[in-house]
Design a binder for this molecule. Structure first.
Ligand code: AMP
Length: 631
């Protein structure tokens, strides 16, 4: 199997190519139909197959003699706990938990929201839902109650699974007050909440609604995997869109299983029995594809780490974990490496650890800057690969496919398209651009298996957001270019989504919160470059006429407001009061120009601007004061 062969075939004969990849998956009923095109321009892969994703991730390995092999390696420096589960143990835990969920009325197609820290029970919860054919929606534990409530109202879950607390560095964060607030805010709260009690901060359970996790599981009988259709949803994962309302990305069962197996084998070069580490959180797509489903379906052991790259306890944590579990490959975001490098620039801590098991590092989530890339490669003496993907795609769009012969790799680029993806760059009119010309990155339809084909309860929004701009293509929302050798260079978002420490955030959501302050007439939130986090949000605020408010006080109030309503993960700290915002004559805020000014890039006032002089004034504000703490 070679990369050029796979790549060519995947584009020339997508249905045949993917049917072949799907052939030896352990289906309950093999698909008769590989690819179906729907009238709305979307596609479905293996829609009529019968399978169960939890069966593929667990039972199959036990049945094939891998029952005693480690499946999940839990390492929690924040709670000082380490625990390992073999495939057999994990299957049994999941089967029993699924029984507990069923006893609470959860059946195929029902939604279950999971709001949990990085404890093994969170992965078990995802797999237990999959086992029942229920649709999980994991909400990142760092999200504030209002965000949890918005997701609950969209998904309308029958049950909420949570834990009594999370632990951030040395701070215990009780979840109960957050959950209580979210349930009070939600219009469609679930009837039942099952709470995993953690000793650091047990929760006071509310009779009639709250249930004790351990008790429920102890009383439950294990259940068998429920066959679902290939096109049935496995999960919903909310991600930031360009408006204040998050998008419910829907993942199917069959396309996901085929894609992730291909990904782990051919992209990452992982074999059953290998040890894989996705350093992230189950609240993000990486947590779904690269911590839980991908490595388990591939028969690997997955490291499940409840800690940070630094301060738990120090910048040697990543290297310690690699040595201790004999990790073969790691995926993480560049921001994690920048944090480590800042505290251990000469790699003294790294040098104390045996990294001989490590074969490669795969970075994604944001642009991998060349200095971080070089430092990491020098320090680890291992290949460091940049690769690019999104919540929507669920698996890499570009990557060096190290599991294939003759794979292509070029440092400095986001690498070449993975088989299945035909990546192109177009201008604003949707016309193809030549090599070297920067524009919007699109992917020709059909998207390969695994990519989301709809949004939860909103297929029309999917069509508008992704398929409308360039007919026959999926709009990624990222900008960049291709070089003459076909390597892709992803430069950043072309829309109002920013990337803070590898987390995708909507500036629209932040603007929503800022604009509700009584002193604010209007505002724009943009991402500005940051050495450590990639980007940080900055709010430009125009105050209402006649309002006398001290800018420092306004900043403090807005920072507190965004933190409370969106969560600390937004890293919203910078507010600048400005006289006015640059707009088109039709009144639209010129965000693209603001982004360029903030990034220190050359900008030309667009022809449609109403007052060109304002740009100079703003450039002064942005250049001069970005690093200042107070306005
Ligand atoms: P998310 O959906 O949260 O995983 O975020 C996806 C977004 O992160 C992409 O649309 C890109 O803007 C950015 N991204 C992910 N990987 C890369 C990469 N390797 N290089 C540049 N940007 C990336």
């Amino acid at each position: 199997m070679s990369y050029p062969q796979d790549y060519r075939r995947s584009l020339a004969e997508p249905a045949d190519f993917w049917a072949e990849q799907a052939r030896d998956l352990d289906w309950f009923r093999a698909p008769r139909e590989t690819l179906r095109a729907l009238d709305d321009g979307t596609h479905r892969w293996f829609a009529d197959a019968l399978l169960n994703t939890a069966y593929l991730a667990l039972d199959r390995h036990v049945e094939n003699g891998r029952g005693e092999q480690p499946a999940l390696l839990y390492d929690s420096p924040v709670s000082d706990v380490k625990r390992q589960y073999s495939y057999r143990q994990l299957r049994d835990e999941v089967a029993r938990l699924a029984g507990a969920l069923r006893a609470l009325g959860v059946e195929k197609g029902d939604r279950v929201v999971i709001y949990m820290p990085m404890v093994p029970e969170a992965a078990m919860a995802m797999l237990a839902c999959a086992r029942l054919g229920a649709v999980h929606s994991v909400v990142f534990g760092g999200f504030a109650p209002q965000e949890l409530a918005v997701r609950i109202d969209d998904a309308r879950p029958k049950l909420l699974l949570t834990a009594s607390c999370g632990i951030e560095f040395d701070r215990v964060i009780p979840y109960q007050p957050l959950v209580e607030t979210a349930l009070a805010l939600a219009e469609h709260p679930p009837q039942r909440v099952m709470v995993l009690q953690r000793p650091q901060a047990p929760a006071q359970l509310r009779g009639g609604r709250d249930l004790d996790w351990a008790q429920q599981v102890a009383q439950a009988s294990p259940v068998e995997p429920v066959p679902v259709l290939g096109g049935d949803p496995l999960y919903i994962l909310y991600t930031s869109g360009t408006t204040g309302r998050p998008k419910g990305i829907v993942r199917d069962n069959a396309g996901h299983a085929v894609a992730l197996r291909y990904c782990f084998e051919r992209v990452y070069g992982m074999r059953p029995g290998d040890v894989w580490w996705g350093l992230s959180d189950i609240g993000w797509v990486v947590g779904h594809s690269m911590i839980v489903y991908g490595p388990l379906m591939a028969g690997c052991a997955t490291v499940f780490y409840e800690g940070k790259p630094v301060r738990t306890p120090d910048a040697g944590a990543i290297w310690r974990v690699i040595e201790e579990y004999r990790v073969n490959a790691l995926t993480c975001a560049p921001t994690a490496i920048r944090a480590v490098r800042k505290e251990d620039p000469s790699g003294e801590r790294l040098a104390r650890h045996d990294l001989s098991s490590l074969r490669a590092l795969f970075l994604a989530g944001e642009r991998l800057d060349s200095s971080t890339h070089q430092w990491l490669e020098e320090q680890t003496a291992r290949p460091v690969h940049d690769h690019w993907w999104q919540t929507e795609t669920g698996w890499p769009v570009t990557a060096p496919c190290v599991g294939l012969d003759d794979y292509r790799r070029k440092a400095g680029s986001s690498n070449a398209a993975v088989p299945g993806y035909h990546v192109l760059v177009v201008n604003e009119e949707g016309e193809l651009l030549d090599a070297g010309q920067e524009g919007a990155i699109v992917v020709s339809l059909p998207l390969p298996p695994g990519c989301a084909q709809t949004l939860w309860n909103d297929s029309e929004r999917y069509r508008q957001a992704y398929l409308q701009a360039v007919p026959g293509h999926y709009l990624t929302g990222d900008g960049g270019y291709l070089d003459a050798d076909g390597f892709v260079y992803v430069m950043g978002r072309t829309d109002d989504v920013i990337n803070v420490a590898g987390h995708r955030l909507s500036t629209g959501e932040m603007e929503d919160r800022v604009a509700r302050h009584p002193a604010v007439a209007e505002c724009a939130v943009i991402g500005v470059p940051d050495d450590l986090k990639g980007q940080l949000p900055l709010a430009l605020v125009v105050c209402k006429e006649g309002v006398a408010i001290d800018p420092a006080a306004l900043q403090a109030e807005l920072v507190a407001r965004v933190r409370e309503e969106l969560g600390a993960l937004a890293c919203f700290q910078q507010v600048r009061v400005v006289r006015r915002l640059p707009k088109t004559r039709s009144g639209k805020i010129l965000r693209a120009v603001l982004r360029k000014i903030a990034a220190g890039e050359p900008y030309a006032p667009p022809a449609t601007i109403d007052d060109p002089a304002i740009l100079e004034e703003l450039a002064g504000v942005l250049r001069g004061e970005l690093s200042a703490e107070a306005p």
